[in-house]
Design a protein around this ligand. Structure first.
Ligand SMILES: Cc1cc2nc3c(=O)[nH]c(=O)nc-3n(C[C@H](O)[C@H](O)[C@H](O)COP(=O)(O)OP(=O)(O)OC[C@H]3O[C@@H](n4cnc5c(N)ncnc54)[C@H](O)[C@@H]3O)c2cc1C
Ligand code: FES
Ligand code: FES
Length: 481
């Protein structure tokens, strides 16, 4: 066991003994290291002002090794073993990095708040040798907000960044230590004893959680981070799943895909793209690049949010959840996991180990639609998912699931029953649309009124009927201008 967090910061080995486990990386950099280039704009993963770049020595291949990350919601100990690069580290011997020089030359340098974040998002993309077409750059920069000027000069700079002479770069370093990290400290303000465990094997995770059932599991901390940064919650015991070997694996088999709970969105995106193009498009619209580089599919399921995007899609696909407590595993249908708002079928000390997604059936059409106020970086008002198999004109099988329509993500049982075994025609689809009013009593909140939600859900079913293709709808809309 070790009580010292160790990581590479701008090429220098940093050791921090027994830090506060919920100190954010941003606060550490700004307050302890006086590295004030990374800014705090929102403290909730939305604006990108705090963006820096990390790399994980355990990354399995060279693709996407350099990850843009929101430092404002990342807890310092979760960086243990990694390489961290901040905006202060880019220029070498008085020479700006190509990304920086391009931003200067193309007038993409804006205010001191947003610019460092833009630089770091582009730097990660540069290091990953990413493409510089408009669609790709929009994606890379969707998590960096500027409300005052424009993005055009930044995009121009990004398109030119590879034209500049290369500069000496930081390399990915091996983790300084393989010993398990475990921290304990007494919070000077609350007096609470805070503990942090980072088990390195699945068995150790199962044992640690069984022994500490009140602990909060931390995966990407894109939810948990906000409990601290915005909610000011004192979290006493944390179990970080980020060091568990193999916990981010995605394993294809003849009958489907097993996605381990620690797989981040950015890991899963490529693995699901060819099987379920519409699901991959939905993943692409989760948060921003920074959020997808941290957030996990397991976290999206385990948090039980009624507006998480993965559950409706995975429920429509007939996914199963693998839960584990100690030595005991059980497998349940994903839809049965969500019992009521804030209540899931998970006992103390039991964690989400993986989700199994059955492979697409022959002739299955699967489409998801996400309705949010802002196209990028926004939580759904309504998320819909449809999986349909036709036998000629008749509906052989249909699964319809929605997020945002109830206290939990749920299937539209009544609408499904109206369609099953019947002709797939407008009359029956309209009857199923009407039945959605019996399936759901949505809430009104800041994202949408109940009436809007119901109408959107009905219209999405109609859109699914009108659509004849299961290509991602965004891609089709872009192709049609
Ligand atoms: C700016 C921003 C944009 C976002 N946009 C979207 C969006 O578009 N769509 C969307 O659906 N969500 C969105 N989210 C929410 C969040 O990113 C997702 O819910 C994400 O999947 C959470 O995963 P995580 O790994 O970060 O979970 P964490 O924050 O680490 O954990 C979330 C919860 O799950 C528990 N948990 C995590 N892993 C396990 C496990 N294996 N077993 C048991 N419990 C576990 C934790 O204890 C905690 O209660 C957004 C968040 C932010 C900050
Ligand atoms: S400060 Fe806004 S994303 Fe971190
Ligand atoms: S936020 Fe920096 S220029 Fe707009």
């Amino acid at each position: 066991m070790r009580d010292t967090v160790e990581f590479w910061l701008n090429g220098e080995l940093v050791r921090v003994q027994n830090p506060d486990p919920t100190q954010t990386l941003l606060n550490y950099l700004r307050q302890t290291r006086a590295l004030t280039g990374s800014k705090e704009g929102c403290a909730e993963g939305d604006c990108g002002a705090c963006t820096l770049v990390i790399a994980d020595p355990d990354a399995r291949n060279d693709d996407g090794v350099w990850r843009a990350l929101n430092a404002c919601i990342a807890f310092l100990p979760t960086l243990d073993g990694k390489t961290v690069i901040t905006v202060e580290g880019l220029a070498k011997n008085g020479q700006l990095h190509p990304v920086q020089q391009a931003l200067v030359d193309y007038h993409g340098s804006q205010c001191g708040f947003c610019t460092p974040g833009f630089v770091m998002s582009l730097y990660a993309h540069y290091r990953n040798k990413g493409a510089v077409d408009d669609a790709c750059l929009n994606d890379v920069l969707a998590g960096n907000l500027c409300r005052c000027t424009g993005y055009a000069p930044i995009i121009r700079a990004a398109k030119a960044m590879y034209d500049y002479p290369a500069i000496e770069e930081f390399e990915l370093k091996p983790a300084p230590s393989q010993q398990t990290l475990a921290l304990t400290m007494t919070d000077p303000i609350s007096g609470a004893v805070k503990r942090y465990f980072a088990p390195r094997t699945l068995d150790a995770l199962a044992q640690t959680y069984e022994q500490n059932p009140d602990a909060v599991i931390v995966a990407g901390s894109t939810d948990v981070g906000l409990w601290v940064s915005k909610g000011r919650k004192v979290l006493e015991t944390l179990i970080d799943i980020g060091k568990v070997a193999g916990f981010a694996d995605i394993t294809p088999a003849a009958d489907g895909l097993t996605i381990n709970a620690g797989a981040r969105y950015s890991d899963a995106h490529a693995a699901i793209a060819d099987k379920w193009p519409s699901l991959s498009e939905l993943v692409r619209r989760i948060g921003s690049t920074q959020i997808r580089n941290a957030g996990t599919i397991g976290g999206n399921i385990a948090n039980g949010s009624p507006i998480g995007d993965m559950p409706p899609a995975l429920i429509a696909l007939g996914a199963e959840l693998i839960l584990r407590k100690g030595e005991v595993r059980r497998q349940i249908k994903l839809e049965d996991f969500f019992i009521a708002y804030g209540k899931q079928d998970r006992v103390a000390g039991e964690f989400v180990e993986a989700v199994f997604v059955p492979k697409p059936k022959p002739n299955q059409r699967f489409v998801t639609y996400k309705i949010s106020k802002r196209f990028d970086q926004d939580i759904s008002a309504v998320c819909a998912a449809f999986a349909l198999i036709l036998d000629g004109e008749k509906v052989q099988s249909i699964r319809i699931a929605y997020g945002g329509m109830a206290g939990i993500p749920a299937r539209a049982n009544k609408a499904e029953a109206i369609l099953l075994g019947q002709s797939w025609n407008e009359e029956n689809v309209r009857a199923a649309m009407a039945a959605l009013a019996d399936d759901f009593t949505p809430l009104s909140d800041m994202r949408a009124s109940a009436q809007y939600r119901l109408q959107a859900a009905q219209n999405l079913l109609f859109k699914f009927w009108l659509d004849k293709s299961d290509a991602p709808y965004l891609a089709r809309e872009q192709a049609h201008g």
